[in-house]
Design a protein around this ligand. Structure first.
Ligand code: CA
Length: 253
């Protein structure tokens, strides 16, 4: 499939630095967003290591064992999903090593959302609360489930999604790349078709918007617009105080 991508990131009106990082390679079909955390500029170090590692590993030649794994599991795409999980764990290792080498970065970590489009399917994986959405025929579907304490409360039925958006500790993560050591990314594969749109974002986009508002905004924006830049602009206008990062991927055919 031919792809077209736009990306935009902004520190927002409150923060001095931008701890988000992004990676876009439409030719390779590889996209990533990371939202770093940690004092002394550590967040931006962690998020950059994360997206660099994703590029290094997922754009290098595949492991010859993968074909065997694919045959052994008989689950389409499992070898690619395993490679995404491996790359995310390598990112975690590299971040911890960087923190050991420079104690000023101790405790740094990052979210990581990865989309890999390969022929007629999209593989994706994530750790933390950066999200991936799929938009088709005016319908927006959230593909990722936040790794947050609040999401666990929602899943357990102790909190409604509406209240979850308002609680002060909503950004506490249950796992993050680097900080938490080995990670267990959620991964999945879905078929794609021309006209599909994928959206990767940091929580700076989704803090001021619920999914219904995000879907409305996408429906209203002209399709030929740079949607990434427009969504970042909308998030800041709606009061986002965080760094805002958006990657938009269109499947052209
Ligand atoms: Ca953030």
């Amino acid at each position: 499939m031919r792809l077209d991508a736009h990306a935009s990131t902004d520190p927002g009106p409150v923060r001095d630095n931008n701890e988000d990082a992004l990676f876009v390679d439409a030719d390779a079909g590889l996209f990533a967003v990371a939202d770093g955390m940690g004092g002394h500029a550590s967040g931006e170090v962690a998020s950059q290591i994360a997206v660099d590692t994703i590029r290094d590993i997922l754009e290098s030649d595949g492991d010859p064992d993968e074909t065997r794994l694919e045959r052994a599991t008989a689950q389409p795409g499992e070898a690619v999903r395993e490679r995404i999980r491996y790359a995310m764990n390598q990112a975690s290792l590299r971040i911890r090593r960087a923190a050991q080498q420079n104690p000023v970065h101790a405790g740094m970590g990052t979210t990581l959302a990865v989309l890999l489009i390969d022929g007629p399917v999209a593989h994706y994986g994530h750790v933390g609360d950066s999200r991936i959405y799929h938009y088709r025929d005016g319908q927006l579907t959230r593909l990722t489930r936040d790794h947050t304490v609040v999401q666990q409360e929602v899943d357990a039925g102790r909190l409604t999604p509406e209240l979850a958006r308002l609680v002060p500790h909503k950004n506490i993560l249950t796992q993050s790349v680097g900080y938490h050591g080995p990670v267990e990314p959620d991964t999945a594969t879905r078929p794609i078709q021309p006209g599909d749109l994928f959206l990767l974002c940091s929580d700076g986009l989704t803090d001021p918007f619920d999914d219904a508002t995000l879907a409305d905004t996408l429906r209203r924006l002209p399709a030929d617009e740079d949607l990434a830049a427009e969504l970042v602009r909308h998030a800041i206008a709606a009061g986002s105080e965080d760094n805002v990062t958006v990657v938009i991927v269109r499947v052209l055919g």
